[in-house]
Design a protein around this ligand. Structure first.
Ligand SMILES: Cc1ncc(COP(=O)(O)O)c(C=O)c1O
Length: 448
């Protein structure tokens, strides 16, 4: 670390303009859309790893617009490509061939695991997951579909139903055919077993779930390899091999939701499922795909996507539009040039080491988990009882914000910090973030 904790000073001025924006928003935008911080931060501009709020305060952003700003704010290459495309043509519709979309489809086939070679572009992760379920049902002819507990899958009726966290569900339980199997949340094992001796019983139980909750003929399962909103739950090495084997045995397909973990975020590989050695039948992606331009993609084998051809007609008005696909092509180029999976692995190791040092120092941290630049710390009042430290997390948010660092939150229990800087981060950014976290944890621990 470059500084001692006591050297990190409070930097943020009162944010009155941000507050006025938040007040207006509260009046005219659905109040269920929640905001971080007691005094919300209205971001006015960004550059690289930094953002500035409406009052001119500068923050180092270690949440990246919920893992979406994959290569930093206002990257000149992406801004240029969007501006050039906007000046030419922004929209044509999928009724006509689109060069950028065809180029991006080819690129996606190149960087995704073997066999995935046909894309359907949409505008969000929600739509990408909707299309994945539809494709799975058309291909298999089966209806029953499984999600993992603690999943977050989107904001439509179907994807909210697939979201296995009551905190995000509302009354969306009527999308039929969705069942839930256990995820390997080893820190809080649903079976109360020990990882050393459990035989990954949670994954094995998927077969019981298929036999007892479904018709026994299933369309598939959708899994986030590392659950994002769920708080970066990271299953053991054999988990997805077991799940994939069972889903295929009962007629279904294995779908990897790479909305958060894709595009090198977890280091070493372009897509996170590769850490588990499983080749998905379908993969969904969004967020980091275009550095903030709204976009989603459902990629699969032609054998699967061709099934939709015979049944009905298909379009997405905006899906694959020239502007979003220009942004995505430029984003992937920047990732390849500046922040590929090897860079993320290196930066991720640095961040992880720093967080593990904080674990040694602060008993408030119950577990550090994740891969690459997708790291989480789960906060507990006591390491024995593992009682969730929710108020302490809120306090940590205020302490880090006051020192100019933005971080994320997650987990069903609301006690997990998500740390996910843009992948173009360097050693200095990580050292600075760790310093701010260090002094902020010290302040929270002292106040208990
Ligand atoms: C894993 C995962 N899947 C799907 C979605 C839905 O994506 P979107 O909000 O773009 O619709 C999200 C959003 O956070 C997500 O984290």
């Amino acid at each position: 670390m470059t500084q001692k904790p006591q050297d990190v000073t409070f930097a943020i001025k009162p944010n009155q303009k941000s507050r006025a924006i938040a007040d207006k928003q509260k009046k005219h935008i659905w109040s269920a859309v929640s905001l971080f911080y007691k005094d919300p931060v209205a971001i006015d501009k960004g550059e690289g790893l930094y953002v500035w709020d409406a009052d001119g305060n500068q923050y180092l952003d270690f949440f990246g617009g919920i893992l979406t700003t994959s290569v930093g704010y206002n990257h000149p290459k992406i801004v240029k490509r969007i501006a050039e495309q906007a000046a030419k043509v922004m929209h044509t519709s999928t009724l006509y061939p689109i060069k950028n979309m065809a180029d991006l489809g080819e690129k996606m086939a190149e960087i995704t695991p073997d066999g995935l070679d046909t894309s359907f572009f949409t505008n969000s992760g929600t739509e990408a997951n909707e299309m994945a379920v539809l494709a799975a049902r058309e291909y298999t002819g089966n209806h029953d579909f499984f999600a993992l507990r603690h999943a977050y899958s989107g904001s439509s009726n179907l994807t909210k139903t697939m979201t296995a966290q009551h905190t995000w569900r509302f009354n969306s339980n009527d999308a039929s055919g969705i069942k839930y199997t256990m995820n390997a949340y080893c820190y809080r094992c649903p079976l109360k077993l020990k990882p050393e001796s459990c035989g990954t019983a949670c994954a094995q139980d998927f077969e019981n779930a298929v036999k007892t909750m479904s018709s026994g003929r299933i369309a598939g399962i959708l899994c986030e390899p590392i659950q994002g909103v769920g708080g970066f739950i990271t299953p053991p090495p054999d988990f997805f091999k077991i799940i994939a084997e069972i889903v295929r045995q009962y007629g279904g397909v294995f779908i990897a939701d790479e909305v958060q973990g894709g595009f090198g975020r977890t280091g070493k590989h372009w897509f996170s499922i590769s850490h588990w050695g499983v080749n998905p039948d379908i993969m969904t992606m969004a967020k980091g795909i275009a550095n903030g331009m709204p976009m989603g993609n459902t990629i699969t084998r032609a054998e699967i996507s061709d099934c939709l051809k015979s049944e009905a007609l298909l379009l997405s008005t905006y899906g694959g539009n020239p502007l979003a696909t220009a942004a995505s092509l430029a984003t992937i180029e920047v990732l390849e040039e500046e922040a590929g999976p090897e860079h993320v692995e290196k930066m991720g190791n640095l961040l992880r080491k720093g967080l593990e040092k904080l674990y040694e120092k602060y008993s408030l941290i119950g577990e550090v988990r994740g891969k690459g630049l997708m790291q989480a710390v789960e906060l507990v009042k006591d390491r024995q009882t593992k009682e969730p430290a929710v108020a302490e997390l809120m306090h940590l948010f205020e302490e880090t914000k006051a020192r100019g660092l933005l971080i994320g939150k997650g987990g069903l229990l609301g006690n997990t910090v998500r740390i996910t800087p843009p992948m173009t981060c360097n050693e200095d950014h990580i050292a600075k973030a760790l310093d701010i976290l260090d002094v902020s944890f010290a302040a929270v621990q002292k106040a208990r």
